[in-house]
Design a protein around this ligand. Structure first.
Ligand code: FAD
Ligand code: MLT
Ligand code: ZN
Length: 476
């Protein structure tokens, strides 16, 4: 496809009239950080970052872009792991940031709903819910920066999916600016509403390719009154699976997180993150972080944790365990898990495989994918971790020690294809929670080709016939 020309001065002037000076960044020093991604895989270019302050302003901006045929890249916190929010290198696309759409419009503790604008960070939304005795049950390590619009547009998963589901399970209503600049007001907060196609679910997970989410109504749940967290050392993912099955059998409804970490990934955290400490006597090949939570005071979660872990220690399922005795200990344990991505980044270049397989197949998948990667690239450092309770493993690889980072990153397709061959053998998914973005559209024909991809392309063409919404992302 030929590149579109850069936005004209007339278009930029008209947009400035709508959003004002504070709604627009044009100095390259200001726009550059918005044009590169968190992983530093891509660096695009744009002549402006547009920051509308209201949904009406957003709609007017998109209307002007549509009339001019100028493509736009919706952007929230820019924490995409797949380059979903970066513009192309030719400067033809405008970034539309939701950062100033940051109002909490309503919180209803009786209906258990939260109505927020797209630019509210996930952390701010969680805090607002907590202040009213409620829980917004979605937690990801990037929550301080990621915004509700981005979280919904990627259908984020994270640490509590095992209990509460993905972002899409929490969406009751949406307000969306469509590619022609019209506003769809679907900001309903009903638990039941069977009135035709479920449009809110179409926009959730659409990665900015169908429209811009301006606001959302999210489901809340009661805030847990009791929480218990443990870190366990195990010698293999098989042992972790045995432990998971025990928790599920004992009381599946209490399990709010069940995360796996490799010994090497945890070593990176201890090495690179100031203040990180392992609360166990010795290092282990793998670790499990298990969290139990209940809205009922006096639920006896600590007793349950002790009982399961004592038995697991006795029969050798786990090597060691530490149960948090305070909020400080609890967050110290969580820090070991949440800092994995940051620590891996500080260690060097990494190639990520955000994949899922049936939970029961996680150990076999890790074993086989590890062997396949070592055969492909001797010395590559395998760092599998993630949301074991959902079968979602971040099968990440760190460059071999002493190797050249650019050389390593140039092997990304070979490595991802090698891992995906194992994923396919277990009927898994090549993108469990991070989405497709700019990194993975080439995989779509192979994995979703035929009727499924054709249907997606028809939906895209129907909603965005001019193709101005986030070109080059999601669809090949
Ligand atoms: P952006 O990166 O700004 O955008 C992501 C995509 O959504 C882009 O395609 C963009 O065009 C589109 N988009 C953004 N806003 C809108 C909008 N308002 N309307 C329409 N489209 C929009 N993800 C998980 O699922 N689970 C995790 O555990 C997890 N952990 C992470 C940890 C770290 C350290 C980092 C850096 C990322 C992690 N992610 C995780 C990935 C990322 O997908 C999430 O951080 C988050 O969902 C993205 O939100 P954002 O606001 O940064 O979106
Ligand atoms: C996480 O769960 O911490 C992120 O999704 C993982 C990643 O870095 O791949
Ligand atoms: Zn994750």
């Amino acid at each position: 496809m030929p590149h579109k020309p850069p936005p004209t001065a007339a278009l930029l002037g008209a947009i400035r009239t709508v959003v004002g000076d504070r709604g627009m960044l044009t100095d390259p020093t200001d726009t550059e950080p918005y044009a590169g991604d968190w992983r530093r895989l891509y660096q695009g270019r744009t002549s402006a970052v547009i920051r509308p302050g209201t949904t009406d302003e957003l709609a007017a901006v998109i209307g002007l872009c549509a009339a001019a045929g100028t493509p736009v890249v919706p952007q929230g916190g820019n924490t995409s792991m797949v380059g979903g929010a970066v513009p192309d290198e030719n400067g033809s696309e405008l970034i539309v940031s939701t950062a100033r759409l940051n109002r909490i419009r309503d919180l209803d503790p009786a209906d258990m709903t939260l109505t927020v604008e797209a630019g509210v960070t996930l952390k701010a939304a969680q805090t607002a819910a907590a202040e009213q005795g409620c829980l917004l049950p979605l937690s990801i390590s990037s929550e301080g920066t990621a915004q509700i619009g981005g979280v919904l547009a990627t259908n984020a998963g994270g640490n509590n999916t095992v209990r509460y589901g993905n972002a899409r399970d929490l969406v009751l209503g949406l307000e969306v600016v469509l590619p022609d600049g019209t506003i769809w007001n679907g900001l309903r907060r009903l638990r039941k509403d069977n009135t035709g196609y479920c449009l809110r679910q179409l926009f959730t997970g659409s990665e900015g390719t169908l429209g811009i989410i301006a606001a959302a109504v999210l489901k809340l749940v009661p805030r847990p009154k009791e929480v218990a967290v443990a870190l366990c050392g195990v010698d293999s993912p098989d042992a972790a699976l045995t432990l998971f099955t025990r928790f599920q059998t004992y009381d599946a409804a209490s399990v709010s997180a069940f995360e796996l970490m490799s010994g090497l990934g945890t070593e990176f955290v201890l090495k690179h993150i100031p203040g990180a400490v392992l609360p166990l006597e010795s290092a282990a090949p793998f670790y499990v972080l298990a969290e139990l939570a209940s809205p009922r005071p006096g639920a006896g979660l600590r007793g349950m944790l002790e009982q399961i872990l004592e038995q697991a220690l006795t029969d050798g399922t786990i090597l060691d365990a530490a149960i948090a005795a305070s909020e400080a200990q609890r967050s110290a344990i969580w820090r070991l898990r949440e800092e994995h991505s940051e620590a891996q980044k500080r260690e060097g270049a990494s190639i990520k495989n955000d994949v899922s397989v049936p939970v029961s197949k996680v150990p076999a998948f890790i074993r086989q994918a590890t062997a396949a990667c070592h055969a492909l690239m001797p010395g590559v450092r395998v760092v599998p971790f993630g949301h074991m309770g959902d079968g979602n493993i971040h099968f990440n690889l760190e460059q071999p020690a002493g190797s050249d980072a650019a050389w390593f990153l140039a092997q990304d397709h070979a490595i991802m294809d090698t891992v995906n061959a194992v994923v396919r053998a277990y009927d898994g998914s090549f993108s469990a929670e991070h989405g497709i973005g700019k990194l993975k559209p080439y995989m779509m024909p192979d994995w979703r080709g035929g009727a499924e991809l054709a249907l997606m392309q028809r939906i895209k063409a129907a909603i965005d016939p001019a193709g101005i919404m986030n070109p080059g992302k999601l669809l090949p």
